[in-house]
Design a binder for this molecule. Sequence first.
Ligand code: NAD
Ligand code: MG
Length: 383
Amino acid sequence: MKKISILGSTGSIGKQTLDVVRQHKDKFEVVAISANSSVDLLLEQIKEFKPKYVAVYNESSYIKLKSMIPSDINIEVLCGMEGLKTISSLPEIDVLLTAIVGMIGLVPTLEAIKAGKDIALANKETLVCAGDLVMSEAKKMGVSILPVDSEHSAIFQCLNGENNKEIEKIILTASGGPFRGKTKEELVNVTKNQALKHPNWSMGRKISIDSSTLMNKGLEVIEAKWLFGVEHDKIDVVVHPQSIIHSMVQFIDSSVIAQLGCPDMRLPIQYALSYPNRIECDFERLDLAKIATLTFENPDMDTFPCLKLAYETLKMGGTYSAVLNSANEILVSEFLEEKIGFYDIPKYIEKTLEAHTSIEKPTLEQILDIDKWAREYVSGLIK
Ligand code: NAD
Ligand code: MG
């Protein structure tokens, strides 16, 4: 029985994780769940999965949930960052699944690593802002960081039994998002509703906007560097609109290994939880004859400058990727509130990067300070 704690159980990845657990009650047990404020859904999840702990980040939602839980349910209700840290490092858990959105996941993830817990990582922002720190702590503690992001799960699977030193390059596939093939002129005035319509995946709002700007792929390039120890010039992006090949690895002998499947996040979630084993499931099977055609094209980095910016921050090193991420988090939420336009996102990220003085090997405190600075700086630019 694998015992799991979930950061962000009410979101898109969190709910799909619970669906995987629902199908394999003999293999997985949910010990703790958490969310920012979705108390109604948390209560439903408490009734169904009977976790021993629940953490609610938002204080008034925490008070509300406490008052909602029936007296015959025995559960510890925790609040705020302390609550997230507690459920991430519980003695009784084996793995922390990070389905929380944004770099707020960093501190609890580090807490879990320090407590020796394996991480099933969906929360890519954590690696983007503190990849060096997270990976070296994980190495020190001997814990595994198991990717949940579909591309990284694919690469992880392609590297099974291989030697990472023999990687020639990683080929990350990208769907291209809802605006693939559009020109800059066509995109200047796009609305959040147009940006939220992803062709292949149904996801949370933040990652949906990131997919429309291709920042998601940029964050994934950075995530791949840290997960697999491969430099930026050995990570390529290819647009593959069908999202059937989830990513590939090319080796020094020219051989390319790919992982394929129907687009369903429950597969990489389940693999991160069942690894090193595979377990049966009822997910849709691939019918290649029905799909008939798989196509590929180069990404358009002029129309989607966020991808280029992400590569540049990796090239520059230090804390530039952290700044890119923090500025992007603010700008995406401003775009979702219709306060800025589509191209204000890369424009203000670039300005924030220009104003930043990078630190080569940052500590956690320095990363948190830089995050705070970047959020304030970019907010100032918008005003
Ligand atoms: P979502 O918006 O649907 O869900 C986010 C979850 O995080 C919710 O449960 C929310 O309550 C919780 N949360 C947010 N702020 C919090 C806080 N301060 N304290 C505690 N909980 C908080 O997002 P999602 O689409 O599920 O994405 C989650 C993460 O997984 C992101 O990092 C995303 O990049 C990554 N990811 C998502 C997908 C996908 O298909 N949705 C695919 C790959 C990777
Ligand atoms: Mg992905």
